[in-house]
Design a protein around this ligand. Sequence first.
Ligand code: TRP
Length: 340
Amino acid sequence: MQETTNTAEITRLPRALSCIQPTGTPTLGNYLGALRNWVAMQDSFECFFAVADLHAITVRQEPAKLRQQTREMFALLMAIGLDPEKSLLFVQSQVPEHAQLSWILSCHTQFGELSRMTQFKDKSAKHADNINAGLFTYPALMAADILLYQPQYVPVGEDQKQHCELTRDLAQRFNNLYANTFVVPEPYIMKTGARVRSLQEPLKKMSKSDENQNAFISLKDDTDTILRKFRRAVTDSEAKVRYAEGKDGINNLMEIYGAITEKTMDEIEQEFDGRGYGDFKTAVGEAVAAELAPIQARFAELMKDKAQLDALMKQGAENASRVAGRTLGKAMKKLGFVQV
Ligand code: TRP
């Protein structure tokens, strides 16, 4: 009887990859809608998570700020619970294979395909004075980020679905033109993610670029700020905590509270039966502050030791480069580049 079965082979988990740009501090919406799910995925997927700093320069960045924000985002990913022992965490620009495969993929992407990307249309309208080629070819870089690691799943929000579809098309195109090289990945739209909305205009998504600071909770907001922002959140005049159509402000607060306490809407209605909005808002604020406090403490701890942080990045980049290098080498060979 053969006893030496390779357990690593048998227990191999499906792979997942996602990236986040280091532009500004994520909001409670980013956390409850996406980042927290990344943490949960670590046990059932072999995960790759990157800070997409190459993507960030498609709009003008200030060098010192980009440097700071990249370190902060890397630290924040660990602070929320992404564990470098379980997942591969890295910074995109430290793995040169991304830029290399991106060139190859951009030569297989049509002008028409890129022109149809809604994010390009939005961003070029917003930055009309800097519609650079990188902004246009951004989806080819994103496809490279993904395809280099051969993941089956790409956890993303709705707004990135179109880029994931293009990634699938590019993988299939390359595989058909040359030889089977890339896994064709699927977007993994997170069902459990809460859809957190603006605290001031609850029909809009919560956004870190909102001009009204009271509209969003930043993961860096301290307890007082959090409590104050929830106290000022827009509600309605019914003064009854119940989940119903037209009560967008209260619905949003209930969803936030539910996402953190794991209570259902019914349970929340019961808990606040006969109590006013003031009580409810305080409870939501306190729950959010309690969830964020330990994250903020770990973040502060990680940011104190820059040498250790950079060493973790370096390790991540080396490990990522090993995986990415294998895929890139295969693609270059299939394409007809001379390998010496
Ligand atoms: N484009 C994504 C965003 O703006 C970030 C990103 C870059 C990404 N590369 C990726 C997401 C690869 C998933 C997979 O949110």
